[in-house]
Design a protein around this ligand. Structure first.
Ligand code: AZF
Length: 449
């Protein structure tokens, strides 16, 4: 592909999340989150790593924003730690928590960087988990109250909001697979939680429209979407694709864009798990609170075939020959093009932002002050090219936030996986832009490559 130039005003950014970078978990009145509890539970996180210190961004944010400015970032996606605002999840507000995010937003704006703020990136206040967490329908109201407070405090300067990050991961990885906080292995619980997450999303959108701070503002949701391909063109394999696509993608896309769950998956869940619990008015609330943009987190594709068991959910994942990242995810930029075209075609999505895309590779070592992460540079380049083709074919893609601005706490993998374009030395917390960051700086400056 020759020189490509992205549309004018395309937002080139980078993304992070509170628990993964902030540290300072006991500073300035922050309450405990479910990830504090989970990471301090022996055996849950590799090497016993926790987010206690992480990148100490809470105390180093001015330095980090300065580095973002030097890289020329146009946008920065971060998340607010709910337990910094409401240490008990509701009730008493922690002013020092509000002060931190106010200062961070002011630093970003001074640096000419547009903030896009995620309200929930997995660090639920533990006090709410103690009353059932997302399985307790009341938490959907506490979330809307927390969202309203953030719109009130930051909404004059923050004009792009994301209600939830990856509700599929929150529900299933945290409550069915047991690999994330709070660590349950209960599929019926996970399905019930998906509905409460979507309900809380709708209530937070409604609160935004009522906040009086939504002038010129946009609100959306970020979904981790994985395009699914059949291992063969057999009818059995296409049935496996149908289930996996429904389980992972359509279960959230359909209610958000069409106001109803996909029939095939809903029927399967009701039969097998007697879930979700949908009350009269729920689907209307979800249907009536439209989003202004869809955030897409794309990492890789899935290739599936009919599994050995019987039943709609009998799916076996296949791992084709090819290049894989340190997470065991196939490098497949074509999947990003196909996904964007599908969202455009099947859901007529309004504006789209790639709110996360990036990779962890082994090549992260500082040698003479340089981190030569050629693998990551090539990963990003190939995915930028796929995004560009989708724009050329009509997709309303308005921005791209690389995951991640800097190496950080990669959940159950702890600090063993590095996604950053900036290297973090966890002994000294020194930040070193990697080769990919320096290349990205030029892409941003030229709005292409
Ligand atoms: O696994 C890489 C990223 N995926 N999306 C959510 C983020 O919190 C993860 O670090």
């Amino acid at each position: 592909m020759g020189k490509i130039t992205f549309p004018k005003d395309f937002i080139w950014g980078a993304a992070t999340a509170s628990y993964q970078i902030e540290g300072a978990v006991n500073q300035d009145g922050r309450g405990e989150s479910i990830w504090d509890r989970f990471s301090h539970t022996p055996g849950k996180v590799l090497n016993g790593d926790t987010g206690d210190v992480a990148c100490d961004h809470y105390n180093r944010y001015k330095e980090d924003v300065q580095l973002m400015k030097e890289l020329g970032l146009k946008g920065y996606r971060f998340s607010v730690a709910w337990p910094r605002i409401y240490p008990q999840g509701k009730g008493q507000v922690n002013q020092k928590g509000l002060d931190f995010y106010n200062s961070l937003v002011d630093e970003l704006l001074k640096a000419g960087i547009e903030p896009i703020v995620t309200l929930y990136h997995w660090d639920l206040p533990q006090a709410l988990q103690d009353i059932g967490g997302w399985d307790n329908r009341d938490v959907t109201d506490y979330f809307a109250d927390y969202a309203f407070k953030m719109y009130d405090v930051l909404g004059d300067r923050v004009k792009k909001w994301i209600t939830h990050n990856e509700p599929w991961v929150v529900a299933f990885v945290g409550n069915a697979f047991g690999e994330h906080a709070p660590g349950y292995k209960d599929f019926a619980l996970a399905v019930r939680i998906t509905h409460h997450l979507l309900l809380s999303h709708a209530k937070a959108v409604q609160a935004y429209r009522q906040s009086g701070n939504d002038d010129g503002g946009q609100i959306g949701i970020t979904l981790n979407l994985t395009p699914v391909y059949p291992d063969s063109d057999s009818p059995e394999d296409s049935e496996a694709v149908q289930f996996q696509d429904g389980f992972q993608n359509r279960w959230f896309l359909d209610p958000v864009f069409k106001g109803a769950y996909p029939e095939d998956i809903l029927e399967f869940y009701q039969e097998k798990y007697n879930a979700p619990v949908i009350r009269p008015g729920d689907m209307e609330l979800i249907a009536d609170n439209h989003i202004d943009f869809l955030g897409i987190n794309y990492y890789t594709r899935a290739v599936v075939k009919k599994g050995r068991e019987s039943g709609f959910d009998s799916v076996e994942h296949v791992h084709p020959e090819g290049k894989y990242t340190e997470m065991g995810w196939e490098v497949y930029p074509e999947g990003l093009y196909d996904l964007l075209m599908r969202i455009h075609r099947d859901y007529n999505a309004p504006n789209i932002y790639i709110t996360e895309n990036g990779a962890a590779f082994k090549d992260d070592k500082v040698v003479d002050g340089i981190v030569d992460d050629q693998d990551r540079l090539e990963y990003l380049k190939s995915h930028f090219e796929a995004a560009y083709r989708a724009i050329q074919d009509g997709v309303n893609l308005k921005g791209y936030y690389v995951w991640s601005f800097m190496d950080n706490f990669e959940w159950a993998y702890g600090y063993s996986k590095r996604f950053g374009i900036v290297y973090v030395d966890y002994e000294t917390l020194k930040r070193t832009p990697k080769k990919s960051a320096l290349w990205y700086r030029d892409v941003i400056a030229d709005n292409g490559f």
